[in-house]
Design a protein around this ligand. Structure first.
Ligand SMILES: *[C@@H]1O[C@H](CO)[C@@H](O)[C@H](O)[C@H]1NC(C)=O
Ligand SMILES: *[C@@H]1O[C@H](CO)[C@@H](O)[C@H](O)[C@H]1NC(C)=O
Ligand SMILES: *[C@@H]1O[C@H](CO)[C@@H](O)[C@H](O)[C@H]1NC(C)=O
Ligand SMILES: [Zn+2]
Ligand SMILES: [Zn+2]
Length: 309
């Protein structure tokens, strides 16, 4: 019986897998340190306007990181006073993420705030790029199906020139080899769904786009901290960074982030898309560990609208 032979072999193989070093998931310590930097949320549970709980300044810093507030008076940015500005910022965050805008740090809010997310802010210079744009976006009515687009663009709608449809990309020398194929596959998916074509060039060559792994404050103004896992810049900057302190995986692995899914999201930024309100869209700002997503009609519609294709 083949199965009788197969069983001991697979058992030995399983033992081997369990004993083997876990490769992509070996950086457990920095990742835990990063997650524990979000522990303050537990102490803030139930907080609302008027509270002066010790960690409120961390909530202010968190909301400032994603563009929800900016204090003119630095004293208020670092104190623990749950003031009107903080309440209004928190309500905007709750609206963006479809949570009842109570202004209270409730469980639903905390659960969103600790979910891994892209570091690109939701609000830039006071403009909330996650609010539905109503008539500015095309909605189509056909055979009783009413669809509304939720994609958005960066301020000023930066994009690649219309003649530049072929983009080259390179991996910086610190990119682990296991990340190469997932990123290449993500470029291929964008290529087959849009008018863009992509080609990889060698690490030491010039390229339109570059992919790197960085940790903490790495000098581009967007330090990796808290729940941020990756980010990318609008055209024509062409930089896409993963946080090397997170746990990354090639397949769906519980507790790890899916390299290709995150690459699909960040390439969307490289092409000019900002975050989408549509949870199923690749351009939604958050991603769960172990979660795999693909390009969505909302993402493709966004690129078509931006480039008039
Ligand atoms: C917030 O303030 C209320 C009083 O307004 C108090 O009862 C509550 O314990 C405070 N919450 C926290 C988390 O400090
Ligand atoms: C900032 O706020 C503090 C506390 O309310 C106040 O004493 C200070 O004068 C303010 N500073 C400025 C520059 O407005
Ligand atoms: C935001 O505003 C500042 C100053 O008003 C400006 O220099 C900056 O370019 C703006 N950023 C974006 C992304 O529009
Ligand atoms: Zn993003
Ligand atoms: Zn960066």
């Amino acid at each position: 019986m083949p199965s009788k032979i197969f069983q001991p072999i697979s058992f030995i193989f399983l033992i081997f897998i369990l004993l083997a070093p876990t490769g992509h998931a070996k950086r457990s310590t920095p990742s835990d340190k990063k997650t524990s930097s979000l522990d303050f949320f537990k102490k803030l549970k139930g907080c609302h306007k008027g509270n002066t709980t010790k960690e409120i300044h961390k909530l202010k810093a968190y909301l400032e990181q994603f563009g929800y507030l900016k204090y003119q008076n630095k004293t208020h940015a670092t104190d623990d006073d749950f003031d009107d500005i903080l309440e209004s910022a928190l309500k905007t965050y709750q609206e963006n993420y479809h949570i009842k805008p109570s202004g209270i740090v409730d469980d639903a809010t905390i659960s969103k705030m600790i979910t891994p997310r892209c570091g690109v802010p939701d609000i830039v210079n006071g403009t909330n790029y996650m609010q539905p744009r109503g008539k500015k976006h095309k909605s189509s009515r056909s055979s009783n199906i009413h669809t509304v687009s939720h994609y958005s663009f960066f301020p000023g709608r930066p994009k690649w020139p219309s003649t530049k449809t072929h983009l080259t990309y390179r991996f910086l020398s610190n990119v682990p080899t296991y990340a190469i194929n997932p990123v290449a596959s993500a470029f291929q998916k964008w290529g087959s769904s849009t008018h863009f074509t992509f080609a990889r060039v060698q690490t030491n060559q010039n390229a339109d786009l570059e992919i790197g792994f960085f940790r903490g404050d790495h000098g581009d103004g967007f330090p990796f901290e808290g729940n941020t896992i990756a980010h990318a810049f609008a055209p024509p900057v062409g930089k896409f960074h993963y946080d090397e302190d997170d746990r990354w995986s090639v397949g769906a692995v519980a507790g790890a982030l899916h390299l290709e899914t995150v690459a699909l999201h960040e390439i969307g930024h490289l092409l000019g898309l900002d975050h989408s309100l549509e949870e199923a869209a690749i351009m939604y700002s958050m991603i769960g560990t172990g979660q795999i997503k693909n390009l969505h009609a909302d993402d493709i519609a966004g690129i078509r609208a931006l480039y008039n294709r």
